[in-house]
Design a binder for this molecule. Structure first.
Ligand SMILES: Nc1ncnc2c1ncn2[C@@H]1O[C@H](COP(=O)(O)OP(=O)(O)OP(=O)(O)O)[C@@H](O)[C@H]1O
Ligand SMILES: O=C(O)c1ccc[n+]([C@@H]2O[C@H](COP(=O)([O-])O)[C@@H](O)[C@H]2O)c1
Length: 206
């Protein structure tokens, strides 16, 4: 990874991070990514945006949006810089990041947007709907993720920053599989999320 220039703003606007994800369940990899980027990019807030229907995961069973939303609220509640938005859930239908960015842009005219993605998601964004419009709406920040190469190949120069963060080899897929086998997910996800998974009996039959 080459040296990246960190955009420092200068527009005088608020700096709003956007962390989109299916969050099924949210885990400490997501939270560390948001926290590191918030510190490095001097963000005022990071809004977590759980997907409504993640169309690229339509071949997989995804938990109800309300469960994913509530786990995201539980996981972020203690951090005053973190918030959760329902926009992708309430819009209905397949979730496209172009809609998320357009809506956040119009709701936050006083803010510059910074969209946070892991290396795996960043490598896929050219397959996302209307990706060529993304970079006029937000600056993209790709973060390292164990097992994935972090690259901005094919993406517009100046539109993306690449950031190294502490490596947490945690995935939602692995958390779901652990719960299904009866293995613990303590310390992979926040304590309240462990309790919520148990209370709602999520992932048991997978
Ligand atoms: N451990 C991690 N380190 C860095 N980034 C991560 C990590 N886990 C997820 N992300 C990033 O967080 C965003 C949302 O990810 P998502 O909710 O799909 O979690 P996931 O763990 O990849 O889920 P699944 O295993 O179900 O595909 C994506 O941009 C993804 O790249
Ligand atoms: O816009 C798209 O076409 C698109 C396709 C796949 C994923 N995304 C977004 O990428 C983010 C991470 O998605 P996921 O499926 O890895 O949890 C989340 O905000 C999704 O809405 C967006």
């Amino acid at each position: 990874m080459g040296e990246q220039e960190v955009p420092t703003g200068g527009s005088g606007k608020r700096r709003l991070g956007v962390m989109g994800g299916t969050f099924d369940p949210i885990h400490h990899g997501h939270l560390v990514a948001a926290s590191e980027v918030a510190a490095l990019f001097h963000l005022d807030e990071v809004v977590f945006v759980p997907t409504g229907e993640p169309w690229q995961k339509s071949h997989k069973a995804v938990s109800p949006a309300e469960d994913r939303y509530l786990m995201t609220v539980i996981a972020t509640a203690s951090n005053p810089q973190f918030s959760v938005s329902r926009i992708d859930i309430d819009r209905g239908g397949a979730t496209y990041t172009i809609d998320t960015l357009r809506e956040l842009h119009s709701l936050n005219a006083d803010s510059d947007l910074f969209f946070i993605t892991g290396a795996d998601a960043l490598s896929q964004i050219l397959t996302w709907r209307d990706a060529d419009e993304f970079f006029s709406l937000a600056h993209f920040i790709g973060v390292t993720r164990p097992g994935h190469d972090l690259t901005d190949d094919g993406l517009p120069k100046g539109g993306v920053s690449l950031v190294e963060i502490p490596a947490l080899a945690i995935s939602s897929t692995d958390c779901r599989a652990r719960v299904a086998k009866g293995d613990p997910v303590w310390y992979l996800v926040p304590d309240g999320v462990v309790r919520y998974i148990d209370k709602r009996q999520l992932y048991r039959g997978e």
